[in-house]
Design a protein around this ligand. Structure first.
Ligand code: NAP
Ligand code: ZN
Length: 352
């Protein structure tokens, strides 16, 4: 069986380190990809440190679901991709492709969906799927996306998760032109939310805990910034937002943000802290407000998002790191110290 270099965690408390992992020989339907860049999502950190009680981690864990790379082999029945193509892989690598959710292009909700890492590996190559902190990956062509040729690759990688996770709920809300949109948390997801909200013609406000991010929020396309610890400023915006996207990775008071919604306004959660968030019934019923959730996006919508980014020249703002800096990058992620996504240059794995 072929193998690949990777970086993996061997327990919730050990740092990521070099590990050789098995990869399957491509089947008829598979595409083999040499990974060029992989974004660092906060979900990688949650999973590596076993922070999600609903999705316990199997070790070794090779995270990474913001993958961009070059096709090195295709199976005999592969139609969409050919040798040398630049392609992307996001959070999904398999689904049954026969259930109502798959037929509705919502593979992320398929009961048999396999995520890019930490899902049972139906091919039996390993106990679980291994993600993109690796030199290569083999994926069913349905889950391999085409990357527009005009975009810079380190900044494309984060589109595969941070991009689609913010694009999808905004599209689902409807026409945001002229609407007042808030984005809570200016991290990897949040900064993509700002770029999309701006591109969709909304009046975009960043709600941040970090006063130092004010200028760069405006440079990313925000029209206004509220520092959430400023009670006066929060008060001024009561009842004014049509839509708020909550990207916060840690415990926080969601009621403070529900107060900012207009009547019939919607707050959609995409951030995934493990601890339940208490919600004030009064905060919702006075104003007929909606609290919703959203999980990445299906394959068709992910391709639509990538094509939209190609047309509008949108990529993620990245700090490129070698894989050897991944543990330091996790520590910085916890301090909200990244502008605005780490993107790992996989060339650095060659020296391992
Ligand atoms: P990130 O880059 O670390 O950004 C999170 C941001 O949240 C921080 O930059 C910070 O922004 C804010 N924040 C952090 N701690 C906070 C606190 N205690 N109170 C208020 N704000 C706080 O993380 P990410 O990669 O964008 O991921 C964000 C969350 O989304 C994670 O939980 C991740 O697992 C989840 N996620 C969900 C999906 C999905 O499909 N639903 C997909 C991908 C990721 P400020 O400095 O501006 O306050
Ligand atoms: Zn992610």
């Amino acid at each position: 069986m072929p193998s690949a270099k990777s970086y993996a965690a061997s327990s919730a408390t050990s740092p990521l380190a070099s590990l050789q992992i098995p990869r399957r020989d491509p089947t008829d339907r598979d595409v083999e990809i040499e990974i060029l860049f992989c974004g660092v999502c906060h979900s990688d950190l949650h999973q590596v440190r076993n922070e999600w009680s609903a999705v316990p981690t199997t070790y070794p864990c090779v995270p990474g679901h913001e993958i961009v790379g070059r096709v090195t082999q295709v199976g005999s029945s592969v139609k969409k991709h050919k040798l040398g193509d630049i392609v992307g892989v996001g959070c999904l690598v398999d689904s049954d492709q026969s259930c109502p959710q798959c037929h509705a292009n919502l593979e992320q909700f398929c009961p048999h969906a396999a995520f890019t890492y930490n899902s049972p590996d139906k091919h039996g190559t390993a106990p679980v799927t291994y993600g993109g902190y690796s030199s290569s990956i083999v994926v069913d062509e349905h889950f391999v996306l085409s990357v527009p040729g005009n975009l810079s690759l380190p900044g494309v990688a984060p589109l595969l998760c941070a991009g689609i996770t913010t694009y999808s709920p905004m599209r689902r809300w409807g026409d945001l032109t002229g609407k007042k949109v808030g984005v809570i948390g200016l991290g990897g997801l949040g900064h993509m939310g700002v770029k999309f909200s701006h591109a969709f013609g909304a009046h975009t406000t960043v709600l941040t805990t970090s006063p130092k991010k004010k200028d760069s929020a405006l440079a990313l396309g925000a029209d206004a910034v509220i520092v959430s610890s400023d009670a006066n400023d929060m008060q001024k915006h009561t009842g004014s937002f049509d839509f708020i996207l909550d990207t916060v990775s840690a415990d926080h008071d969601i009621n403070a943000y529900l107060n900012l919604l207009k009547i019939d306004g919607t707050l959609t959660l995409v951030g995934a802290p493990d601890k339940p968030l208490p919600v004030s019934a009064f905060g919702l019923i006075f104003g007929r407000k909606r609290l919703a959730g959203s999980l990445i996006g299906g394959l068709a919508e992910t391709q639509e998002m990538l094509d939209f980014c190609g047309t509008h020249n949108i990529t993620s703002d990245v700090e490129i790191i070698p894989i050897q800096q991944i543990n330091e990058a996790y520590d910085r992620l916890l301090k909200s110290d990244v502008k605005y996504r780490f993107s790992i240059d996989m060339d650095s794995l060659k020296s391992e």
